[in-house]
Design a protein around this ligand. Sequence first.
Ligand SMILES: [Zn+2]
Length: 506
Amino acid sequence: MDFHISNTNIIAVDAAHGTHPFKGDILIKGSRIAHVGHPIPTPDGALKIDGRNRLVMPGLVNAHVHSWEALFKGRYDNLPLEIWMLYSYPILGAKALDPRLIYLRSMIVGLESLKNGVTCLVDDIIELPVQGMDAIDAVFDAYHDVGIRANVSGHVIDRPFVDTIPYTHEYLPAGLIAETASIKLPTVEDYLHFARAVVNKHENRADRLHYLVAPSGPQRCTKEMLKATHDFAREIKSAYHIHVLETKVQEVSGRKFYGRTLVQYLDDLGVLTDISTLAHSIWVTDDDIARMAARGSSVAHNPVSNQKLGAGIAPFRKLLDAGVNVALGSDGISSNDTSRMLDVMRVAGLLHKVTTPEYGKWPSASEIIYAATMGGARSVQLDNEIGSVEIGKRADLVLFDLDTINFTPQNDLLNHVVYCENGSSVDKVFVNGEVVVDGGVITKVNEAALLNELRERYAAFSEHHKGVEELNRRFEPYFSQIHKRCCGESSELNRYSTSQDEWLLS
Ligand SMILES: [Zn+2]
């Protein structure tokens, strides 16, 4: 069906208007936008939507999420990444999940995303103990059924666990190290064989689902894997999605393992390029940022997760000033506890204000909205298709109701979106021209029935997972020491006081 949205408020995020709001009409023909601007008569066969007191924006792009963690929503708190991972991504004892539970797990991410205005997500799946076809099928099926645009990975790790974190051989007892030797690692051939099979089965399914190439991190993959996955990403026109410098432990790992920063290491391997999206990018040096800008790389910035895990604050202004494309992500549903992008936008707008008293450098609502739309689209190589309200682009749109408390009284629309709106004004959401949320309600699946089924199935999993947590708790005292040591070694990395001092002296 075609849709004619008349006389509405538009934030297009296109070259002509940027984020400057204007009034106009929008015509959706099939999966694409056919008109934006001056009033037009409603074409025959199109459904007219009265756009008065509505705001139409490009659908939000969640540039980094892990639906694996959706079962651990609200389960953990006050743990830094390396210790939290012992429980959320257990080293030992995880057993393969029933594909139906995986389906429901991804489904709640899809439901929450759409109801909060996200039309495209990047789901980097770390499936334990190993990702099989049944498991990734279930993720694609969930996103297919709920109607969202999604990029789903094959996350891959091929270095032995104890070699991915500094000082493990110094602190971990030999018995525990021996237990980790049972973890089976894929070869480059194993990974490529699996990835090609997934691409053959799911790539461009429903005209909106894609396979994403995602080597875990430079300290977790061999250089052969880092290079082969980059070649493969080029071949299938995927982004090259990789975790880089989220924590101080990772900052130390670069120097200890490779004698340079992890960004330099990627650059030296030739895999820091225009298709590379670096998740986090917190403990980067000025030289790292210059390299990322020169190569045309993107950053997926996850300010809620980074605070939850105490990881640090990414240098948002420095990245933008250098010309690095910045996208926004929720990160996983345990390290964030939700996938709500409007929360992420609000936090991104606020967090960087406390890093410097130089208020001219604080993020604007316009920059946050750009990062949450076009920035995200660019980070997954979809900027020619989505990210703005433009003729020819996919009709991935969110309509906010401006008669809600969040938009009343109305002042600066951009500020309302970033600082007032919490998702409760989302009226309609279109993906590929299809109405997937109407009146705030999911249209393609039965939300209540799915949530009920997940609740029923979760009890047995949760009970099993308690045992897994106990098995992995044995690592915590040693990881706690490694965390403390690495934080001490990285204490010289305090860019905020440096930039603040420079400003105060100028
Ligand atoms: Zn992540």
